[in-house]
Design a protein around this ligand. Structure first.
Ligand SMILES: O=C(O)CCC(=O)C(=O)O
Ligand SMILES: [Fe+2]
Length: 238
């Protein structure tokens, strides 16, 4: 999280869009790189509300939302885990860098959402061999961001599935070689899914900025929420 690429407002692929007219034009599914697919508006209003309600419950202690310390600094997005607790850089069954409490269980319905999103994003690919058993929930207050990194602490090659709620963000999807270009900037809005697997599974990615106030007012999220689902591949009952 130490590398913070500056925002690139001149990039024509990076329009935040008028926040009051998000649905004026339907946004089609788009492959951003081989194995990486953006599914706009994948969660309808009811499922966005259900996921938000669950995030609020998960955010409460024990093992709730926390500030993540990395090196000498802290991440600006606050985070919680389900199933397995992620810390820099590994997984445990308790919030070892938080209050030490057992991690909350990974709900089966999130695993079903993940499989459905993968099937839609990557048709023709065999379904993941291992079950989805990890969720990381990130809350981005205004001004928060996430540096370029890769999700490399899981053993399973199953695609990562991400769901966004609330404010839009610029999601920067790069390559597996390093933190630099080439990358593609994608606007992820409330209800969008993003799947990255296969050759894109270990690609560097990050969130250079969110767009404060751009979320659907009726949903009532302050800032931005992102939920990423992963398969640990750790075995032993997940
Ligand atoms: O907030 C996002 O869209 C990305 C989150 C992410 O990359 C992560 O949790 O590893
Ligand atoms: Fe990530």
């Amino acid at each position: 999280m130490s590398e913070r690429p500056p925002p690139d407002p001149s990039d024509p692929r990076d329009p935040p869009g008028p926040p009051d007219q998000p649905d004026l034009f339907a946004r089609p599914a788009r492959a951003v790189a081989p194995g990486a697919v953006h599914l706009p508006d994948w969660l309808g209003e009811a499922r966005q509300r259900a996921l938000l309600e669950s995030c609020r419950e998960w955010a409460a202690p024990p093992a709730g939302l926390r500030v993540v310390r990395i090196g000498n600094g802290t991440m600006s997005a606050r985070q919680l885990s389900l199933g397995w607790h992620w810390y820099p850089y590994g997984y445990s069954r308790t919030a070892v860098d938080g209050d030490g409490a057992p991690v909350k269980p990974f709900p089966a319905w999130l695993g079903e959402w993940a499989l459905a999103a993968v099937a839609e994003a990557l048709p023709g690919e065999p379904p993941p061999a291992e079950p989805y058993d990890i969720a990381l929930v990130n809350h981005y207050p205004d001004g928060a961001r996430m540096g370029m990194h890769r999700d490399g602490d899981e053993r399973s090659p199953a695609p990562v599935v991400s769901f966004s709620l609330g404010d839009s963000c610029v999601f920067r999807f790069g390559n597996a070689e390093g933190r630099g270009r080439p990358w593609t900037d994608v606007t992820l809005g409330s209800g969008d899914a993003f799947v990255f697997g296969g050759p894109a599974r270990l690609a560097y990615h990050g969130v250079p900025r969110t767009v404060p106030g751009s979320g659907p007012p009726a949903l009532g999220v302050r800032g931005r929420l992102n939920v990423t689902l992963r398969a640990s591949g750790f075995g032993g009952g997940g």
